[in-house]
Write a protein that binds this ligand. Sequence first.
Ligand code: C5P
Length: 217
Amino acid sequence: FVPKSLAGRKVLITAGPTFEPIDPVRGITNLSSGKMGYAIARAAREAGADVLLISGPTSLAAPYGVQRIDVLTARDMHAAVMARVAGQDAFIAVAAVADWRVANASEQKLKKDANGGMPALRFEQNPDILASVAALANKPYCVGFAAESENLLEYGRIKRERKGIPLLVGNIGPQTFGSDRNELVLFDEHGHVALPAADKHHLARQLITEIARRLPA
Ligand code: C5P
């Protein structure tokens, strides 16, 4: 870990899940705890970066010295990122963004039907935040994450190319959700390297070192 490796650099990070309302008291989300994204924000700050963390709902406190913006839905997160991406040196998309939102969310709480009828939810595709940033003409260095339950080496390589990004980080195994430990595989244009199982803070520092090495001057 190199303490000043990101001095003078601006880093934008998304973390946590998103929450897609069904009605004012219900919604759809996923099991992301935000721990990996917050650990990366902390490590980037420790490396000297000016860090902006755009976070879905989590129970975590913002790391020391990190500016946090709270959002709820994928569309909120997309808008917050696009409004602040200009001038960033790196964008690290760690959030587990909901792929779909409920198209017919209700303004009022849905009531139980006395006859046992169920609400019919319709879904719409959410914007792909990472792809939107990677498509910008003046884009920061983009890092994506992938959580796959199988064939990580093949899917990781393909996903990096499909997303059009220089670095993709694969989480090994779905058991990482909520855990303090993780195991990563980094995919770049040369192939892949593994970061063996460790505490998320340790892995975050290793990842920041790898990103700092790759950032264009
Ligand atoms: O395609 P997939 O969802 O597996 O890609 C995961 C990567 O893309 C993560 O870096 C995630 O933060 C990002 N992503 C995003 N917006 C979405 C979906 C995924 O930024 N709507």
